[in-house]
Design a protein around this ligand. Structure first.
Ligand code: NAP
Length: 321
């Protein structure tokens, strides 16, 4: 099969399309014929070799994908050949024509959901669900600010929060992004490139502030976030690409909390709950992953450049073998 291989850490140019042996399914495993693979910012960090997780070289990037079941381990009874599925982890890498997966990380893809949409489920929806429910413990009737709502995680968070009965405010860096955020169910959209945009929150919340902030760029926003929280408000740090100075006093006057999150810390029980909820959302149509760009697998390098562009996100970028 064809797969993207990384033989040395570095820039996007180290992503090379090569021939590699087809994977085989052992006990508890499934080989999926990949029709679409999700591209996440974390895969660019790992590629540079400076991230906390450093794979052995050579490796094939990617954790998220969707396609059809090609080979089943002898003891795997939950699926049959040809079933439409998506997966959230793979032992051999998702940027490939086939992916070897632990059966527990493979989920049924409803007929109404495309393979490209299925490839947007793993990291983005998992992170949004974890941030909103498992870390922020957001509740119906609370107000949530999704700070960076136009990308993979943000669009997922807006859909999840809206479906759960929260008041949702989302930000994007462009008019097109704000339109997208409203289309995903946000009650209000703000432009994080405009000066003073957070001042709007006073009016939108009748001076109360927001109960929960899901933060995609904490190194830029955390100090301001702490000033727009309601009493007992929570900021969940999902993304951060640097350091920032904050005023701790802003947390004191509100009994506020800053909570970090990393998807990799999800326990098995949390994972089961997450995918029971996300699977139900896909089936009943409240979750509709937004695919902004479909890029051929051979052009993975271009996909890594696109996903790290500082603005103009539009849902998910996927690779198509
Ligand atoms: P993405 O699809 O590239 O989206 C990036 C988002 O950040 C866009 O909505 C973008 O908006 C927004 N953004 C840009 N400038 C911003 C600003 N000044 N303030 C607020 N938002 C801003 O990336 P993603 O997959 O959604 O991931 C978002 C971040 O979370 C990344 O840093 C990623 O590494 C991190 N992440 C962390 C975990 C975890 O486990 N903690 C898991 C997944 C992702 P515009 O383009 O419209 O300006």
């Amino acid at each position: 099969m064809k797969a993207i291989r990384v033989h040395e850490f570095g820039g996007p140019e180290v992503l090379k399309l090569e021939d590699v042996p087809d994977p085989q399914a052992g006990p508890g495993q499934i080989v999926v014929r990949v029709h679409a693979a999700g591209v996440n910012p974390v895969e660019t960090y790992v590629r540079t070799g400076t991230y906390a997780f450093k794979p052995n070289l050579p490796y094939t990037p990617g954790a998220d994908g969707a396609g059809v079941v090609l080979k089943l381990g002898p003891d795997v009874k939950r699926f049959k050949d040809g079933d439409r599925v998506y997966f959230t982890a793979t032992q051999t890498g998702a940027y490939a024509e086939q992916a070897l997966c632990d059966a527990a990380k493979v989920h049924r893809l409803p007929d109404s959901v495309s393979f490209e949409q299925g490839a947007a489920m793993g990291v983005p929806y998992g992170t949004a669900y974890r941030g909103l429910f498992q870390r922020a413990q957001a509740k119906p009737a609370e107000t949530v600010l999704v700070h960076g709502a136009s990308g993979g995680v943000g669009t997922a968070a807006v859909q999840l929060a809206r479906a759960a009965g929260m008041t949702v405010i989302g930000t994007a860096g462009s008019e097109q992004g704000m339109k997208l955020v409203k289309e995903q169910g946000a009650h209000h959209a703000l432009n994080h490139s405009s000066a003073g945009y957070l001042d709007e929150l006073k009016k939108l919340t009748d001076d109360r502030g927001v109960d929960v902030i899901l933060e995609m760029l904490a190194n830029k926003n955390l100090a301001n976030d702490l000033t727009v929280l309601a009493k007992k408000g929570r900021v969940v740090v999902i993304g951060s690409r640097g350091t920032i100075e904050i005023n701790p006093r802003d947390t004191m006057v509100r009994d506020a909390e800053i909570r970090g999150t990393t998807l990799a810390n999800t326990t098995e029980q949390e994972y089961r709950e997450m995918y029971a909820a996300l699977g139900a959302g896909l089936e009943n149509g409240t979750l509709r992953p937004v695919v902004g760009q479909k890029i051929p697998l051979a052009e993975a390098r271009y996909a890594h450049e696109e996903v790290m562009k500082p603005s103009g996100a539009h849902g998910k970028i996927v690779l198509v073998p």
